[in-house]
Design a protein around this ligand. Structure first.
Ligand SMILES: NC(=O)c1ccc[n+]([C@@H]2O[C@H](COP(=O)([O-])OP(=O)(O)OC[C@H]3O[C@@H](n4cnc5c(N)ncnc54)[C@H](O)[C@@H]3O)[C@@H](O)[C@H]2O)c1
Ligand SMILES: O=C(O)C[C@H](O)C(=O)O
Length: 390
């Protein structure tokens, strides 16, 4: 049986990835199907060849329900699935709460090694449309991430006072490696947003795991640095008496100490800072995580502001998948700065994840010094992550 379906609302690029999603999903249901995009003058057309095994399946009736086909077999943009790994934790719980309220999410899969059923039962009583499901322990990890459009990872231990983020490496590197290995098998096309510290190293770890599994796509892995942006915007708005919700501050580099580089020269609305203000505000933004760790005095690190930042970034990824391209700062594989392979800059998000790396833009001499100082530190963090997987 052959079916031709025209998707006039999609770009050819989107449709290429849709076709892959269809193949993956049908295979996961143990049915046999092949699909290939067939370019055509009036828009992309897919030819889907159903082998006999599938013609007995309820989907076999889709010749007369072609619109329904896309609804029933594809997650992206029609019924997006987000998997949250580390869902019972300090970040995981409030992040789950915010994701449950995101209208773009149809399925919210909560995974952790403990306590997921309780968190899921609680969230499932909220009268929003996202369907919540719970998965506990490594035996249920595959099912949790299978078919996910976006996987968000806050699994792992947080800092205590006196620790650096790099001190978390020994515990968290293995957690991220194992979670990403499962994603590589169950949902290789998912966008992966990594919150787990040390982000400067866990992102390269994720890339290396995907490479090893043969499903590497540098557009699909993100270090979540949104909290640095959120903080910078809060602090600048407070200092200058601006409306925080309308203030934008790019923060580039990485997510630890001197690698966090707020670009105060690029604040919008355009804002002037004295040298003294810049020299106080920059380290305040760089050390804001430590400020929270110290204030929590052993009870962990930022969770509530991070949940907000994580939800904002997840929503941006989902909008991108729908074709609503938008710009966010994120730590990704990047050639934006010479001499280092991973760097956070504003990136354009779209149907494939990173559509375009927008680079650092015009920076001040002071900011250039910060960039130069960050490169060698970042390289150490990246090498440590790469060596861990190799
Ligand atoms: N990127 C950022 O801006 C940012 C901000 C804040 C915190 N963080 C980091 O996020 C991580 C989580 O912080 P938290 O405060 O939520 O910690 P937490 O200890 O409160 O929660 C972590 C959760 O991860 C779970 N977990 C542990 N191993 C797991 C595994 N193998 N699979 C699935 N889940 C697992 C734990 O059971 C726990 O529920 C830390 O590494 C922290 O440093 C990053
Ligand atoms: O500071 C931490 O350890 C957590 C996080 O990276 C943060 O910036 O708040």
């Amino acid at each position: 049986m052959q079916i031709m379906h025209r998707l006039t609302e999609c770009t050819a690029k989107t449709c290429e990835s849709l076709s892959h999603d269809i193949v993956t999903l049908i295979h996961s249901q143990k049915k046999v199907i092949t699909s290939c995009p067939l370019p055509d003058d009036n828009g992309p057309v897919f030819q889907i060849t159903l082998l006999p095994a599938l013609s007995r399946h309820p989907l076999g009736s889709f010749e007369s329900h072609r619109g329904g086909l896309w609804e029933s077999v594809r997650h992206s943009s029609s019924s997006p699935k987000v998997a949250l790994l580390g869902a019972s934790g300090g970040i995981g719980q409030p992040l789950g709460l915010l994701l449950k309220q995101d209208k773009l999410i149809a399925n919210l899969a909560l995974y952790d090694v403990v306590n997921t059923p309780g968190v899921a039962a609680d969230l499932s009583h909220i009268d929003t449309n996202a369907k919540v499901s719970a998965y506990t322990g490594s035996g249920e990890l595959h099912a949790a991430v299978e078919g996910a459009d976006v996987v968000v990872i806050p699994a792992g231990v947080p800092r205590k006072p006196g620790m650096t983020r790099d001190d978390l490496f020994n515990t968290n590197a293995g957690i991220v490696r194992d979670l990403v290995a499962a994603i590589a098998k169950a949902s290789p096309k998912a966008l992966i947003a990594i919150i787990t510290n040390p982000v400067n190293s866990t992102v390269p770890i994720a890339y290396e795991v995907l490479k090893k599994a043969g499903v590497y796509d540098k557009r699909r892995v993100f270090g979540v640095t949104t909290l640095d942006v959120v903080r910078a915007q809060a602090f600048v708005a407070e200092l200058k008496g601006l409306d925080a919700s309308k203030t934008t501050v790019p923060v580039i580099g990485g997510h630890a100490g001197i690698t966090i580089i707020p670009l105060l020269s690029q604040v919008k609305p355009a804002t002037k800072f004295t040298d003294d203000e810049i020299k106080k505000l920059t380290p305040r933004i760089q050390d804001a995580g430590t400020e929270v760790v110290n204030a929590k005095a052993g009870a962990g690190s930022a969770t509530l502001s991070m949940a907000l930042a994580g939800a904002r970034f997840t929503n941006a990824l989902l909008r991108g998948l729908k074709g609503e391209n938008n710009v966010q700062c994120s730590y990704v594989a990047s050639d934006a700065v010479k001499g280092v392979e991973y760097f956070s800059t504003p990136v354009e998000l779209g149907p494939n994840g990173v559509e375009k790396i927008l680079g650092v833009g015009k920076v001040s001499a002071y900011e250039q010094q910060l960039i130069d100082a960050a490169v060698s530190e970042l390289n150490k963090n990246v090498q440590k992550g790469v060596a861990f997987v190799k």
